[in-house]
Design a protein around this ligand. Structure first.
Ligand SMILES: Cc1cc2nc3c(=O)[nH]c(=O)nc-3n(C[C@H](O)[C@H](O)[C@H](O)COP(=O)(O)OP(=O)(O)OC[C@H]3O[C@@H](n4cnc5c(N)ncnc54)[C@H](O)[C@@H]3O)c2cc1C
Length: 396
């Protein structure tokens, strides 16, 4: 990286040091590319000294594909494995059913269907890997982007000017870069809010992730290392506001109504956090010498637990395509970026269709469709070949 007073020349500048930006930096740096990463705030979880009952409220379900990729980047090796829970099965409940649709890892001859871990655990692992690569995060806020004949310049509020061949915007759902480049979005509000909290369960969850689909709401209790579970309860925003006014005991009683038959009494550990749920997709993921990745490009409903996995798949695709460039080829080349965008569109469209479709299906008030959904889930329970396919789809 060449530096002349306040001008830094690099191949790639990444805006945003969330999980997607950090993994993009690691993926590109391990290819020997020059990378500068900038975030407007320090994101390393400095005081993360977890105990058995203290759990980060933000947890992720990672697919097997993501885990393998994180291993290949040397990140997974730094994850605290004592705080990672393998998912052995998924139990999907629907009001018309007496028993859940069970998708088990063994249905597809797998040992696990991904895993659950805390955001802080994975962030910490990314920072340890960044340290190995001697790649610090610059804490500064970008104030302008200037296109130049052969590269692009990112101006920061600390007076630095970073000149790069490519900007990777990983600055989250409200992406400043996307707005600065006047890239519009297609926005859909689900008029839902997710309530997120961690609980201690009376009974062993046995690695089963349980999800209930009700009209206008979904409840997921995801297994953390025993005896903890993490709740993501998506309800109408109006109901979320009502639930948040309840005292803790009354709120826990509402959650226990779901969990009692399988997990027994739940005890709340920590606070309950609300997150508004929207679907937002950028009209384009690329512009001249710019690519949007992660939530900056697409935000999806957490129902499928895919948000961060989708962002990681952006980085996998970009990094994989970059390995095929010759040393003389420009990573900011528009044709290269077009090729990347075409490769990514289908995945994002499918994920939007899946979550919107499930939302519509389970929100319906039509008794016919409700019965049909219940019937369909019972049939799936009986068809081993279909279960095997569903397990593969949910896992990879
Ligand atoms: C309730 C809920 C549950 C979820 N559960 C799951 C799940 O189980 N599995 C899953 O895969 N996904 C889940 N998601 C989605 C997941 O949280 C997001 O997809 C993921 O965090 C996106 O990562 P990111 O790095 O793109 O963005 P972010 O994590 O938002 O990171 C953006 C970074 O950019 C920085 N930044 C912002 N603005 C600027 C600026 N102007 N200049 C410089 N830096 C800037 C921020 O400081 C931040 O560090 C869930 C989401 C919600 C709301």
């Amino acid at each position: 990286m060449a530096t002349t007073s306040d001008i830094i020349k690099t191949e790639i500048v990444i805006v945003g040091a969330g999980l997607v930006g950090l993994t993009a930096a690691i993926a590109m740096a391990t290819q020997g590319r020059q990378v500068v990463i900038v975030d407007s705030q320090a994101t390393q979880p400095k005081d993360w000294a977890p105990t058995e009952t203290q759990w980060d409220a933000r947890i992720y379900a990672l697919t097997e594909e993501t885990i393998t990729w994180l291993q290949s980047l040397g990140i997974w090796q730094h994850v605290d494995s004592s705080r990672v829970q393998a998912i052995t099965a998924m139990a999907l409940w629907e009001p018309q059913q007496r028993a859940p649709l069970m998708l088990r890892a063994e249905d597809a001859y797998l040992t696990q269907m991904g895993c659950i871990l805390e955001s802080a655990n994975l962030m910490q692992a990314c920072f340890k890997r960044l340290n190995n690569l001697d790649l610090p995060v610059t804490i500064a806020t970008p104030v302008d982007i200037i296109r130049q004949p052969r590269d692009v310049a990112l101006l920061l509020d600390n007076q630095q000017r970073i000149e790069a061949k490519l900007i990777i915007a990983a600055d989250g759902v409200h992406s400043w870069v996307r707005q600065r480049m006047q890239i519009g979005t297609v926005f859909k509000s689900f008029d839902q809010t997710a309530l997120v909290a961690n609980f201690k369960a009376a009974h062993d969850h046995q690695g089963v992730a349980t999800q209930w689909f009700l009209p206008h709401e979904t409840m997921a209790l995801l297994p953390l290392p025993h005896p903890m579970v993490s709740m993501v309860w998506a309800v109408s925003t109006e109901r979320a506001q009502q639930l948040l006014t309840l005292n803790k005991d009354a709120l826990v009683a509402e959650v226990n109504a779901f969990s009692m038959p399988t997990l027994g009494q739940l005890t709340l550990c920590g606070d309950v956090y609300p997150f508004p749920l929207n679907q937002q997709t950028a009209e384009t993921y690329i512009a001249e010498r710019l690519v949007l990745v992660g939530d900056a490009a697409h935000q999806v409903h957490p129902m499928a637990g895919q948000g961060v996995n989708l962002g990681f798949r952006d980085v996998m695709q970009l990094a994989n395509m970059a390995t095929k460039l010759s040393a003389l080829q420009d990573i900011g080349d528009y044709h290269f970026l077009r090729h990347y965008e075409r490769a990514r569109k289908l995945d994002v469209i499918s994920m939007n269709a899946l979550t919107s479709g499930l939302d519509m299906l389970f929100a319906t008030e039509s008794p016919w469709i409700q019965r049909l959904t219940g019937w369909g889930m019972q049939r799936v329970n009986q068809w081993a070949w279909l279960k095997k396919r569903l397990v593969h789809t949910a896992t990879l």
